[in-house]
Design a protein around this ligand. Structure first.
Ligand SMILES: Cc1cc2nc3c(=O)[nH]c(=O)nc-3n(C[C@H](O)[C@H](O)[C@H](O)COP(=O)(O)O)c2cc1C
Ligand SMILES: [Fe+2]
Ligand SMILES: [Fe+2]
Length: 428
């Protein structure tokens, strides 16, 4: 038995501050969001309505199949001809699904989006024949509702290029889009009322925001100086109880833990991952390690993938400056644990990190170049062609491995003149 007001049954707007309402939708049965996220108790699509003395603003909409819930809540407070402003903080369909119908019902409303959202707006609304007028806004642009002012913050890549936040100045409410959101469905709506959503909050950050940590830090520079009474994201609880701690938490999550561990230590970090059945690739790894370790200012770590799990390695890779992968060639391929790790890196940004590959082989030896291709796909720099050894490495080949390790380490600390680092990402 639940004695709380059931917002899903009532379909009425919920006032979150003076004349500011939640008019979103609950999706409690959703179990997977966007293919990549598990949603153990569903999610919410939060949309907001602000009444001003000179008109109404709607901030974001909902996923298309939740439109009727959204319109019912909207209609419980205002009529469509009162709507003056529609703000889209993010154009992903979970927030723009109801937009075409809303624009049909409120054709006089002016649409506000970020500059980067313009091409997306067209592409997303392709199936609709309607064309929409819109205004693009940037940081500190404002729009007035008479006694209320909306101020825009340009916060791109959180988590799409188009994303922005909108700040209601008089009420100190930050409409943050997906930022500070999470997939957590609880009809009690507010962070001081809902269940324990910490796991969902961190999980959402880890999968959606983590690849964009640098952009999170940039956005926080705009957000932190604001006076904030509530954060109203597009998914999950509205953060009205101690909202600032979520901002602090985002800063912590976006700060390298390695830099916290080692303080001012400026060593570059190089990690060697490998697998080996007969010990051949392992011997190469040892030699590469000893070569790299000779270079001052480089901290080398070495891991056998047979003895590790993916997630902690992903954390290490995120903070490493360089990484080398060693794999024997088995049936024309690199071994599965190497691929498992290399395919788990979408949540981290590897652009510009230094990479390299090595491995022992019997006759065809494809593994090394396959790994290099993957690293290039991850926008890493491969300063030195990978190293292959046929079967058991000779002393001379182990010397080559040492040289390889040393060279990678020297490139890492900027001491090698010989090999230019090529920004493969910039070649495209
Ligand atoms: C089941 C199996 C399949 C193999 N397939 C290939 C192959 O397709 N191409 C190749 O160059 N070597 C192949 N090899 C040879 C290994 O790459 C070679 O033995 C290598 O030295 C193993 O290195 P490790 O001791 O580091 O595992 C294969 C070996 C095994 C056991
Ligand atoms: Fe999104
Ligand atoms: Fe979203």
């Amino acid at each position: 038995m639940n004695h709380m007001v059931d917002v899903s049954a009532h379909r009425e707007a919920v006032e979150i501050a003076d004349d500011v309402y939640w008019i979103g939708a609950l999706d409690p049965t959703l179990r997977t969001f966007d293919i990549i996220l598990s949603t153990a108790n569903g999610t919410t699509y939060n949309s907001y309505l602000i009444k001003g003395s000179e008109g109404v603003a709607i901030i974001d909409t909902v996923k298309e199949n939740f439109s009727s819930e959204f319109f019912a809540r909207l209609e419980s407070e205002v009529s469509y001809d009162q709507i003056k402003v529609i703000v889209l903080n993010h154009l992903e369909p979970d927030h723009t699904g109801a937009l075409p119908e809303l624009m049909r019902r409120a054709p006089q409303a002016q649409l506000y989006i970020s500059q980067r959202a313009t091409s997306m707006l067209k592409a997303l609304l392709k199936p609709n024949t309607d064309t929409f007028e819109y205004t693009t806004v940037n940081t500190n642009d404002t729009v007035s509702l008479g006694d209320r002012t909306l101020r825009f913050l340009h916060t791109p890549y959180l988590h799409w290029p188009d994303t922005q936040c909108t700040y209601l100045e008089e009420e100190n409410i930050l409409f943050s889009g997906d930022v500070f959101g999470c997939h957590y469905c609880d009809k009690r709506l507010f962070n001081d009322r809902v269940g324990d959503f910490r796991f969902s909050f961190d999980y959402y950050y880890a999968h959606i925001m983590r690849p964009f940590k640098k952009h999170v830090m940039d956005a926080l520079k705009l957000i932190e100086p604001l006076k904030i009474r509530q954060i109203a994201p597009t998914h999950g609880p509205i953060l009205r109880e101690r909202p600032r701690r979520y901002i602090t938490h985002y800063r912590e999550l976006s700060t390298s833990s390695l830099s916290r561990e080692v303080g001012g230590q400026s060593d570059k970090s190089l990690i060697i991952f490998y697998m080996s059945s007969y010990g051949n690739t392992a011997r190469m790894a040892e030699a590469i390690n000893s070569g790299a370790s000779e270079v001052e200012g480089v901290r080398v770590s070495q891991y056998d993938l047979e003895g590790g799990e993916t997630d902690p390695f992903v954390d290490l890779i995120e903070e490493a400056d360089a990484m080398l992968f060693g794999s024997p060639t088995i049936n024309g391929d690199a071994v599965k644990p190497v691929w498992d790790l290399l395919s788990s890196l979408a949540v981290v940004n590897l652009k510009g990190k230094i990479g390299g590959a090595f491995g022992s082989y019997g006759w065809s030896g494809e593994a090394v170049s396959m790994i290099e291709d993957r690293m290039r796909g991850l926008k890493m720099n491969i300063p030195k062609k990978g190293l292959r050894v046929k079967l058991i490495p000779t002393d001379q080949e182990l010397d080559e491995c040492r040289d390889f390790g040393q060279l990678i380490a020297e490139v890492l600390v900027g001491r090698s003149q010989e090999n230019q680092v090529i920004e493969f990402a910039d070649l495209a």
